[in-house]
Ligand binder design. Structure first.
Ligand code: IMP
Ligand code: MG
Length: 180
């Protein structure tokens, strides 16, 4: 796996320091609110598992699985393949995401959760690629780990063709890997 990586963009140490920082901010913000942290599968699993342990307050966990199918035009269709297990009406919800890219799936997820009448919905993303944002995406991340350049990244939950999710750091893939 390692030899397919051109460059380490964010080291394990950098990511872990950021997780602690974000975790402390969220713990402060949501103390006594018993928030529900909603993870968007599968990319978020590693970040989620680290974050939830850095947010040292009473809270609940739930997950959604959202898939986007991108055709030849830019309007990707988004579908829920797994919805929440719990009722979020009147609750404070925080969406945890691995990456905010075009914003299609996150916008869809946000609106879906909002339609269930929660007390609040905020977004926490580890990575943000603002250059890729699709016109018409109106949501913004409330908490962001790192703003990154427009490169395809893998590791720490992020995949290319389902591989590399288990790398402990975030790296840029060598172009020849895509060209194979
Ligand atoms: P969206 O384009 O913001 O809707 O992002 C949809 C999904 O595409 C993300 O949740 C990721 O799973 C995936 N994705 C976007 N950019 C990258 C990347 O650089 N590496 C790996 N997966 C990515
Ligand atoms: Mg994802």
């Amino acid at each position: 796996m390692e030899r397919d990586i051109q460059k380490v963009l964010l080291s394990e140490e950098q990511i872990q320091a950021k997780v602690k920082e974000l975790g402390a901010i969220l713990a402060e913000e949501y103390r006594d609110k018993n928030p529900i942290f909603v993870g968007v599968l599968k990319g978020v699993v590693i970040f989620y598992a680290d974050m939830i342990r850095a947010i040292n307050i009473p809270c609940e966990m739930d997950f959604m699985c959202v898939s986007s199918y991108r055709g030849t035009n830019s309007t990707g269709r988004t579908m829920i393949s797994k919805d929440l297990a719990c009722d979020i009406q009147g609750r404070h919800v925080v969406i945890l995401e691995d990456i905010f890219d075009t914003g299609n799936s996150l916008q869809f997820t946000y609106e879906h959760l909002l339609s269930k009448n929660p007390a609040s919905v905020k977004i926490c993303t580890l990575l943000d690629k603002p250059e890729r944002r699709r016109a018409g995406v109106t949501i913004q991340a409330d908490y962001t780990g790192f703003v990154i350049p427009n490169e395809f990244v893998v590791g720490y939950g992020l995949d290319y063709a389902e591989h590399y999710r288990n790398l402990p750091y975030i790296g840029i893939l060598k172009p020849e890997v895509y060209e194979k």
